[in-house]
Design a protein around this ligand. Structure first.
Ligand code: SF4
Ligand code: SF4
Length: 179
């Protein structure tokens, strides 16, 4: 598969600078409220704080991909004398916790880098983090070229030509059942 250049957007996190103020959660949930800025509710935010003030633990994590199966990793890590669980660093909306789920519908939440209408020049959580714990970065990376829908259609057409429509449909039905 050939490689193509893709713009990758990331939010870098400096845990040492975070004081747990939760301004990022407020900004994110207000931006994504319907109508926009009509309310703020951290439970609807796509960035959440792992927050244990008595242990001085403040860890911002922004939402990544949805996963339908929880993983088996539950290790503990001690970093700079502070204990974290493996889940603390995970960005997935997964069945083992309520994090990154829309509270009413239960649908997964994912960070969209504030590209929702009107798109922001810089993510709002970054703009509102006055402690510079969050930094926005854009870089170009070489990634595998995505398979285009036209390519899939061409592939399907050639299989239908070769094996017949019914056989292809039976195979797809069998594969879907296995999941
Ligand atoms: S970039 Fe935007 S959508 Fe993503 S966590 Fe920050 S405020 Fe929320
Ligand atoms: S706004 Fe910045 S300092 Fe405040 S909780 Fe979020 S990441 Fe931490």
């Amino acid at each position: 598969m050939s490689k193509v250049k893709k713009k990758v957007k990331v939010i870098k996190i400096d845990v040492d600078k975070c004081n747990g103020c939760r301004a990022c959660e407020v900004a994110c949930s207000a931006f994504h409220a319907k109508p926009k800025y009509s309310s703020n509710n951290p439970a609807r935010s796509r960035i959440r704080l792992v927050r244990e003030p008595l242990k001085d633990v403040y860890l911002p994590v922004y939402a990544g991909e949805y996963t339908k199966a929880e993983c088996s990793g539950r290790d503990k890590y001690v970093i700079d004398g502070k204990e974290y669980s493996e889940c603390d660093f995970c960005r997935a909306s997964c069945p083992s916790r309520d994090l990154f789920k829309e509270p009413d519908s239960g649908l997964p939440l994912k960070c969209d880098m504030c590209e929702d209408d009107p798109p922001q020049e810089k993510p709002l959580c970054v703009q509102w983090c006055l402690n510079d714990a969050l930094t926005y970065e854009e870089r170009e990376e070489e990634v595998e070229e995505e398979v285009k829908l036209e390519d899939v259609e061409i592939g399907l057409e050639s299989m239908v030509d070769k094996y017949g429509l019914q056989k292809v449909m039976d195979t797809v039905a069998r594969m879907t059942k296995k999941e």
